[in-house]
Structures are given as structure tokens and as C-alpha cells.
Design a binder for this molecule. Structure first.
Ligand SMILES: *[C@@H]1O[C@H](CO)[C@@H](O)[C@H](O)[C@H]1NC(C)=O
Ligand SMILES: *[C@@H]1O[C@H](CO)[C@@H](O)[C@H](O)[C@H]1NC(C)=O
Ligand SMILES: *[C@@H]1O[C@H](CO)[C@@H](O)[C@H](O)[C@H]1NC(C)=O
Ligand SMILES: *[C@@H]1O[C@H](CO)[C@@H](O)[C@H](O)[C@H]1NC(C)=O
Ligand SMILES: *[C@@H]1O[C@H](CO)[C@@H](O)[C@H](O)[C@H]1NC(C)=O
Length: 441
């Protein structure tokens, strides 16, 4: 009963949408008849399109659910075409562009910056690096706090806007606030090639401080209007974020016909993540080091709770993603950082194929250059090459005790992703024993 009701509700929304579309169609047809979809009578609902709502609402009630479904599909297509028009797909361009909207969803210290580069390097992709960073200072996220869900919705909604190139939506969260859509404070602008290309690079102004500047050339402060135009002109968009905690929250994006969403969910062995965090945020882990040294059992600790929460979030998201939920409909891909580290090119091909974006030579060259073990003139590996080759380095840095703690706290996640627990210190440091199950998803 409940399900039927929600189906009715959806149908009603689309009936309303159709009425709007029909009105718009008439308006648009006056401007340019090029855009009016051909109305060949194919199905009952299409025979006299302005009558479709009436057909559906015969007697004030709805026809069979089967008919409703096919009608639903019709509306969806119409809405899609309509919204492409509203989005301002330039005249002369085909009405339907196969634009892909890719979200690279990860958590911190999983190698997402590196994997993000695969997409940043490709010229026809508008790549944004952690734009949701700007939200963090304005809306705070307390794990388990009552506002957590509300905050997640704000994150989700801004991501939604950004995927449609609406970069102004970020302005409320940029501090100091941009003036006339121009800002010096776009987080890590230099990590996004698309924000530093000629077209978006306004003339350099002397003595104007730009916090996150372009690397390849000197540019003036970022004009978000120019950036938005560039975004619309690129064939695809990719946004990397470590700030979406639950896949479920992205559902409205997956169901929005205006965007063709793909989600790549990057995961990494939580033991390696902890090892990396302990280096990066050394101060936070004083107690952990004590546990390791004294072999003490940890009781309550903020970082321990945090680790547990993270592992559970990641696992729950992946479970939703792997569940073949109808709303995902092939839009989700789970990938392990370790597999990318071992087979970068093969995994890049896999990710691009999944995203339905052709992989260019540019990206292939970048991957080859940054993953092959060539040394520079001083015989030193670059950090990128190093981090890839050494993806198992943590096994030699991490006290066994801490590995055990992570294994206990993150057991369900580790099992799902195929990370094998170790039972003794010798196994931990024996490189010929792999801690990775064969790719099991
Ligand atoms: C089709 O719709 C028009 C109004 O748009 C209406 O005048 C006409 O009677 C309808 N045709 C049929 C067959 O119902
Ligand atoms: C239309 O309404 C009448 C009277 O309320 C009812 O008998 C009939 O079954 C309804 N038809 C449909 C298709 O619901
Ligand atoms: C939407 O556009 C596509 C491509 O132009 C076209 O094939 C399709 O029939 C259109 N759908 C509707 C319902 O107008
Ligand atoms: C930003 O770019 C737009 C589009 O070219 C332009 O109209 C606007 O004047 C620029 N803004 C500033 C402050 O230069
Ligand atoms: C490492 O593991 C391999 C395979 O189980 C074993 O043959 C080897 O002896 C181990 N090496 C050490 C140093 O324990």
C-alpha cells in the first residue's frame, strides 16, 4: 500500500512536470522549432501529448501500474531533453550530449588525490579537487551528532549543483566572500587543470594575494563565471570528494535525469590508512603509540571511535553500492587503491570504461610517467612513484599491536573488501604473504 502511494506521488510529480514541459515546449517552439521533439504517435501517452495527464488521470484515479511505468519512462525522457535545453546546451550542438558526471568518492588517506589525477589529466574533463572543503568551515560535521544528517544533505546538495556546473553555489561557503563572482580563495585551485587553463586564467594582477594559485602559469583571481563557462564547455565533469559519508545520500543525484551520474568508490586497507594518518597527524596518536609500546588494551578513545565510525560508513556505503539497488542501476563501482597501485593502467582503463569516458593518450602517458620506477638524475624516486611502489610500506612501520586493533575494529569492512587480517608479527612483515584477497567484487 505504501509503495503504491509513493508510486502515485511520483506519477503526480511527473504529471506536473509534463504540464510545465508542455508549456515550455510551446514557448520554446516560438523561439526555435529546431528544439521541439518530434511528436510521432508511438504510444498512447504520446498520441496527443497535451492530453497525457488526462489519460493518466481518467476518473481522477490512475490507470494500471504497468501503464504508469511506461508513462513514467516517457516523462523521464522528456524531462531529460527539456533540462538539457534549460542547461543551455548550445544551439548547433546535438540536443543530447553524452555528458558523464563522475564522483570520485573516497575517505582521507586512500590515495584519492593520485587517482583523481587520472581524470584531471584528461583535457575534456572538468575536474574539481575537493570543492566541498569550503563547506567544512561553515557547516560542521559532528559524527553521530544530531545535525550529521542535515549537514550531509547540504554537502550532497552542493555537490549536486556543482555537477551541473553551478559554481556560484559554492560562493556562500567561500571566505572571504567572492566579489562579483571573483575569488582568491578557491581551495587547491592549482590541483584542477581546468581552473588554470588559458580560458579561465584572467590576467595576473600584481600584489593580489592568491592563496591557492595555479602552478603552470600565473593567473589573476578566479573568475567563477569563466570557470562555469569552461565547465559547460567540457565534455565531462569529475569531482573528487572525501566528504560524502554515505552513498545513500547520493540517491537524488542518481535519480536526477539532468545528470548521468557515475560513482567510483575508492577504498584502502584501513591499517594502511591508520599508518598514514599517524604520520600526517602525529599529535593525535600519542595514546596509540603508548598502547603499541605498552601492549595496553585501549578502552575509550576519540580516534578509536572515529576509526570505527569510518570503517562502518565505508562498509555500509559499499554494501549499498554492491547491492544492485535499482536506483544505482550500474552507476556504482568499488575499487581498491591497492589494485590501482599494482595495475595502474589496467585499472585506469577499467574506471574510464565504467565511466563511459574514452581514455586518452594524455592520461596513459601521465600514468606511465608517474608509476614506472624510473629514477631521476639523483637516483631518487619521486614521491608519487615512491608511494605507489611502496603501497605496502605500512607493514614494516606499523607495530603489530596497532594492526590488531584496526583489525578488531574494522573486521567487517576488511572482510568485505578482501583485506586479510594477520595473526602474528612475522606474517605482517613477510612481503611474500599477500594481505589482499583476489578481487572479490
Ligand atoms: C489533442 O489536444 C488538443 C489540444 O492541445 C485538443 O484540442 C484535441 O481535441 C486533442 N485531440 C484528441 C484526439 O483528443
Ligand atoms: C470511474 O469511476 C466510477 C464511479 O466512481 C467507477 O465505477 C469506475 O470503476 C472508475 N473507473 C476507473 C477506471 O477507475
Ligand atoms: C530526446 O532526445 C533524443 C535525442 O535527440 C530523442 O531520440 C528522443 O526521442 C527525445 N525524447 C523525447 C521524449 O522527446
Ligand atoms: C568574469 O568573467 C565574465 C565572463 O567573461 C565577465 O563578464 C566578468 O566581467 C568577469 N568579472 C570580472 C570581475 O572581471
Ligand atoms: C614468508 O612466507 C613464505 C611463504 O609462506 C615462507 O616460505 C617464508 O619462509 C617466509 N619468510 C620468513 C622470513 O618468514
Amino acid at each position: 500500500m505504501l509503495r503504491m502511494r509513493s508510486k502515485y506521488a511520483i506519477a503526480l510529480v511527473f504529471v506536473v512536470a509534463l504540464v510545465i514541459i508542455e508549456k515550455e515546449n510551446k514557448l520554446i517552439s516560438r523561439v526555435s522549432d529546431k528544439f521541439v521533439p518530434k511528436q510521432t504517435p508511438q504510444t498512447p501517452t504520446d498520441a496527443n501529448s497535451s492530453l497525457s495527464p488526462a489519460l493518466l488521470l481518467e476518473n481522477g484515479s490512475l490507470l494500471s501500474l504497468g501503464e504508469l511505468d511506461s508513462a513514467f519512462l516517457q516523462f523521464k525522457w522528456r524531462l531529460e531533453n527539456y533540462t538539457l535545453l534549460v542547461q543551455g546546451v548550445a544551439p548547433g550542438k546535438p540536443l543530447w550530449t553524452p555528458r558523464k558526471h563522475l564522483v570520485l568518492m573516497a575517505t582521507t588517506r586512500t590515495g584519492s588525490s593520485f587517482v583523481g589525477e587520472f581524470f584531471n589529466q584528461q583535457g575534456n574533463i572538468f575536474y574539481l579537487f575537493e570543492p566541498l572543503w569550503h563547506l567544512e568551515r561553515t557547516v560542521t560535521f559532528e559524527p553521530g551528532g544530531s545535525n550529521a544528517a542535515a549537514v550531509s544533505i547540504v554537502y550532497r546538495d552542493i555537490l549536486h549543483e556543482l555537477l551541473m556546473c553551478k559554481l556560484y553555489s559554492l560562493e556562500n561557503f567561500i571566505y572571504p566572500a567572492p566579489e562579483e563572482h571573483v575569488t582568491q580563495y578557491m581551495f587547491r585551485r592549482g590541483s584542477s587543470k581546468a581552473l588554470c587553463e588559458e580560458q579561465v586564467c584572467s590576467p595576473y594582477v600584481k600584489n593580489v594575494f592568491e592563496k591557492y594559485h595555479c602552478r603552470n602559469q600565473r593567473c589573476g583571481p578566479l573568475n567563477l563565471t569563466l570557470a562555469m563557462e569552461a565547465c559547460l564547455q567540457k565534455e565531462h565533469i569529475t569531482i573528487k570528494t572525501v566528504r560524502i559519508r554515505q552513498l545513500e545520500f547520493l540517491r537524488p543525484l542518481a535519480e536526477d535525469p539532468r545528470i548521468d551520474l557515475r560513482i567510483i568508490n575508492l577504498v584502502r586497507d584501513p591499517r594502511a590508512v591508520l599508518a598514514s594518518r599517524m604520520v600526517a597527524f602525529s599529535r593525535k596518536y600519542e595514546t596509540w603509540k603508548k598502547w603499541a609500546a605498552e601492549g595496553e588494551e585501549p578502552l575509550e578513545d576519540e580516534e578509536l571511535q572515529r576509526l570505527k565510525g569510518n570503517c562502518e560508513n565505508i562498509r555500509l556505503s559499499a554494501e549499498v553500492g554492491l547491492s544492485n539497488a535499482p536506483w544505482l542501476n550500474g552507476r556504482y563501482k568499488l575499487i581498491r587503491y591497492e589494485d590501482i597501485a599494482r595495475y595502474p593502467l589496467q585499472k585506469a582503463e577499467e574506471m574510464f570504461r565504467f565511466a563511459q569516458i574514452p581514455l586518452t593518450q594524455q592520461v596513459v602517458d601521465w600514468i606511465l610517467k608517474n608509476t614506472q620506477g624510473s629514477k631521476d638524475s639523483n637516483g631518487i624516486y619521486s614521491t608519487q612513484k615512491n608511494s605507489l611502489e611502496q603501497f605496502e610500506k605500512w607493514r614494516f612501520n606499523m607495530p603489530f599491536k596497532l594492526a590488531q586493533i584496526v583489525q578488531n575494529v574494522c573486521a567487517p569492512a576488511m572482510q568485505l573488501f578482501g583485506y586479510k587480517p594477520v595473526t602474528d608479527p612475522v606474517t605482517l612483515t613477510n612481503r611474500s604473504i599477500s594481505l589482499l584477497e583476489k578481487n572479490i567484487f
